[in-house]
Design a protein around this ligand. Structure first.
Ligand SMILES: CCCCCCCCCCC/C=C/C(=O)SCCNC(=O)CCNC(=O)[C@H](O)C(C)(C)COP(=O)(O)OP(=O)(O)OC[C@H]1O[C@@H](n2cnc3c(N)ncnc32)[C@H](O)[C@@H]1OP(=O)(O)O
Length: 397
């Protein structure tokens, strides 16, 4: 329906940039709380007016929606009538942003404009077309095809362990995916593992002392998990092999989890002298019940894919031989569903617990920061780094 309306709108009004008339003078912004300042935002608005090439109606609608969200907040004006095609298309684009915070909308607006400017045309952030690589980074590969943005852990020689840079790349990928043309976003892993969790050398290789690394780690982790809590589109994990640590706990924030029958789910936090993250101290007991969650989070009990499915963490398990084919066929069909409807439904599902999730995330990060400085954790990491310990092997003291 939306596509038809938009096509009609294009015929009726070829120059939507004029129709949208970005009202620079009417901007009243609060104190910026994220990275894009008011000045960045205003600069971006001016940059839009200087664009040499028409960015296309889709992009203009997106700009309009982000601008309105950043300045007025969520759309709460009545929907224009069916024959008011242009305003209806604009309203729909704005309304689709749901409760996206003003600061995030402002940041996304600035990012979108910067991706349109000539200087960044050749940069890593491309426009999001079919089967297109949309983000170049060594260990996180982002591509877009058939309405699906795929974010792939791509460090198979290290079992896709997540480095500091990969945390940053994933946050950027999620931010881009939240406003690109795709309907759903999918995480998967390259090679035999889905992901072996946090790279245990993140802390040992960090510049500065442990104290500094722990403080930085807590900030990065909080921001990283927030980007999953706030992600507005359906988020799906295609778990192609074993998953460890944070790659497991994050699954509690996904909308669907499809697993190969060779996947396993392991959260060895006590073995590592650490504590749960990614809101799992809240999501896991809710998903699997407190008794099973305790086994998994306190005692590090590894779940098979079928066990994880029986306990509600996994949506469905597929035989390894047909896993990729079956799952991607299904996802391509899901990606054809009306995207606004999916976003709105997700928002309804998440709305009542978003605040709670942010609260839990903050508390888990504070707890982890202290854990990272504990002897238990430092010894466990040093044991791994010096190859004395690996999951499943007894730890030396
Ligand atoms: C400035 C600070 C910034 C910090 C940024 C934020 C921090 C947020 C932290 C959030 C908290 C997260 C917690 C977790 O995720 S806890 C879980 C951590 N993961 C592990 O404990 C797994 C450790 N790995 C293993 O036990 C085994 O490698 C594994 C069972 C996964 C596989 O064993 P296998 O025998 O099949 O393979 P190898 O051991 O030979 O592995 C191949 C190579 O990969 C390296 N590897 C694997 N996993 C990790 C890892 N998690 N971290 C670092 N390196 C890893 C392994 O060392 C091998 O490398 P080499 O070939 O060079 O020896």
């Amino acid at each position: 329906m939306a596509a038809v309306t938009w096509r009609q709108a294009r015929c009726w009004c070829p120059s939507l940039l004029q129709v949208f008339r970005f009202p620079v003078a009417q901007v009243h912004l609060g104190r910026p709380t994220m990275r894009a300042s008011q000045q960045d935002f205003e600069n971006a608005m001016n940059q839009v007016k200087l664009l040499k090439q028409d960015p296309g109606n889709q992009v203009k609608l997106k700009l309009y929606a982000l601008y309105k969200q950043a300045t007025d907040g969520p759309c709460n004006v009545p929907k224009p009538g069916v024959f008011d095609l242009v305003n209806k298309a604009k309203w729909e684009a704005w309304n689709a942003l749901g409760s996206l915070p003003k600061e995030t909308a402002r940041q996304n607006y600035v990012d979108l404009v910067s991706s349109l400017s000539p200087s960044s045309e050749a940069s890593s952030q491309g426009t999001h077309g079919a089967d297109e690589k949309v983000q170049e980074s060594k260990d996180i590969v982002v591509s877009s095809e058939d309405g699906i943005t795929k974010i792939m852990f791509n460090r198979p020689t290290k079992k896709n362990a997540i480095t500091f840079q990969m945390y940053q790349d994933i946050m950027l990928a999620l931010k881009n995916a939240s406003t690109d043309n795709s309907a759903i976003t999918v995480f998967t892993g390259a090679g035999d593992y889905y992901c072996s969790g946090n790279d245990l050398t993140n802390f040992t290789s960090a510049a500065g002392g442990m104290e500094e690394a722990a403080s930085k780690g807590a900030v990065v982790l909080r921001e990283f998990v927030n980007s999953f809590i706030d992600f507005p589109k359906p988020l799906v994990a295609v778990v192609n092999g074993p998953a460890v640590g944070i790659s497991v706990t994050l699954l509690g924030l996904f909308d669907a989890v499809y697993a190969s029958d060779k996947a396993t789910f392991h959260t060895p936090f006590s073995h590592l002298g650490q504590s749960p993250e990614a809101c799992s101290s809240y999501t896991f007991p809710r998903i699997m019940g407190s008794a099973k969650a305790a086994e998994v989070l306190l005692f590090g009990k590894k779940l098979t894919a079928r066990e994880a499915c029986a306990h509600g963490l996994v949506s469905e398990v597929f035989p390894e031989s047909t896993f990729e084919k079956e799952v991607w066929t299904r996802l391509r069909a899901y990606a054809k569903l009306p995207p606004n409807s999916m976003r709105i439904s997700k928002e309804l599902i998440r709305k009542n617990e978003k605040e709670k999730l942010h609260e839990v995330n903050a508390e888990e990060c504070t707890t982890l920061k202290a854990r990272w400085l504990s002897d238990e954790c430092i010894n466990a990491i040093m044991n791994f780094v010096s190859r004395k310990a690996k999951l499943g092997r007894p730890q030396s003291s």
